[in-house]
Design a protein around this ligand. Structure first.
Ligand code: CS2
Ligand code: MG
Length: 401
């Protein structure tokens, strides 16, 4: 079998997705998600202009060799654009291998370690009461793990609760949050979890995403204050470019820590893992070099008691949800998988074989990934430039969104 074409399908069924379709001379094709939220066309160009021409004529069975060729052969290594492009090729090759052998990808990864990977999903509210109600709604739908985000009194617009109103008349320019206040946030979050825990009890895993907004000592304080609520994790307390920052957090709290949805290689978290500074690594199949690299990262993490809790917000396409499902059922130290419903229009573009039921994601038994794309439907929904919001602090300086 030989690769004869690689097509990059950019579409916007409710939000932008970039899908790589690798076609072979035997009529089989594989799919990979190449979506990098806010920088989608950078990856599309990287694939179209630099990667796809290298793939033509190669044997798609040689997944590891193609991965190494794209990683080492680029000379310029790592980074979100490069590793998302490599991931899309990698996942498409795993999809192809499964289809060629008539078996699901999880079977190629060592078979099932569990029937389905536990998922967590997103609850939010513009008030504590709304957030509690949203948690209860999701628990009633069968979710056993829920991330809780809430608007903070005195902060007009913030991550995770929806933007009350556009901050710009031009939807193709970044939204701006104008008034982040760490002081108000730190005063409020303990109250939020006091209320949620007292209402839902301890049979529900609760998670919270600080979204890179704190300093290590602030994160240590918040983690300590939340310890009685036994969070499943406190996510992204601080940016992790300086991995050793987590030593300071660890000294002050036993609240489990998760980080890494922006990681794109094992080198972003090698110290965090080796020093057991985190409990969960959030690196994902589409942004950390695909299944080939993420399974190596998980293998490094296993002896250090670090488990995976892969990123899975709706800006990762249904193709990535499939890859996450195969990874999550096969890999022993895969602990939990983030799951957020994709926009309704995406259901017309992507056909999926995975299911979410009783709080678990099951990849199903279709050969390969078990997903497909309707290219005609995709073409009817062209790309629309969009950005992640910019966060500004109350003093006007740029913060971390
Ligand atoms: C968040 C994401 O799901 C999460 O944990 O951090 O919503 C994140 O903001 C987006 O995926 C970024 O594209
Ligand atoms: Mg996050």
């Amino acid at each position: 079998m030989r690769i004869v074409a690689g097509r990059v399908i950019v579409s916007s069924p409710g939000r932008n997705y970039v899908t790589l379709k690798l076609e072979t001379d035997e009529g089989l094709y594989g799919l990979g998600d190449a979506t990098l939220n806010g920088r989608e066309l950078a990856v599309a160009a990287y694939l179209r202009e630099h990667v796809v021409p290298m793939l033509i004529g190669l044997d798609p069975a040689n997944i590891e060799d193609i991965w190494q060729t794209l990683y080492r052969g680029a000379y310029w290594r790592r980074g979100p654009v490069t590793m998302t492009a490599i991931a899309a090729v990698d996942v498409a090759l795993w999809d192809l291998k499964g289809k060629a052998l008539g078996t699901p990808v999880w079977n190629l990864l060592g078979g099932r370690s569990r029937p389905g990977i536990t998922v967590y999903t997103h609850a939010h509210g513009h008030s504590v009461g709304e957030a509690v109600e949203d948690v209860e709604r999701l628990v009633s739908q069968g979710f056993g793990a829920v991330r809780v985000q809430c608007a903070v009194p005195g902060i007009g617009r913030m991550y995770g609760v929806g933007l009350p109103r556009p901050s710009t008349d031009d939807p193709t320019l970044p939204e701006v949050e104008e008034d982040w206040s760490t002081e108000k946030y730190l005063r409020f979050v303990p109250e939020l979890f006091d209320a949620v825990r007292s209402k839902v009890g301890f049979d529900v895993h609760l998670l919270h995403d600080a979204h890179h907004r704190l300093t290590p000592i602030e994160a240590g304080w918040l983690g300590r204050r939340l310890e009685d609520h036994r969070l499943f994790w406190l996510e992204d307390p601080v940016p992790a470019e300086l991995q050793e920052s987590f030593r300071l957090i660890r000294q002050h709290t036993t609240t489990p820590l998760a980080v890494g949805e922006v990681f794109n290689s094992v080198y972003d978290c090698e110290l965090l893992i080796r020093e057991q500074l985190i409990d969960y690594v959030r690196a994902s199949v589409p942004h950390a070099g695909g299944l080939t690299h993420l399974r190596k990262l998980a293998a490094l993490a296993e002896p250090y008691h670090v488990r995976t809790g892969c990123h899975g917000a709706a800006d990762l396409s249904p193709v990535s949800t499939a890859a996450a499902a195969h990874f999550g059922v096969a890999v022993h130290n895969a602990a939990i998988q983030e799951y957020q419903d994709h926009p309704v229009p995406a259901r017309d573009v992507f056909d999926v074989g995975w299911t979410v039921r009783d709080g678990r994601l099951d990849p199903g038994d279709r050969p390969g990934l078990g997903v497909d794309i309707d290219e005609q439907a995709a073409e009817r929904l062209p790309y629309e430039r969009s950005y992640l919001p910019i966060s500004r602090r109350v003093d006007g300086s740029v913060g971390n969104y």
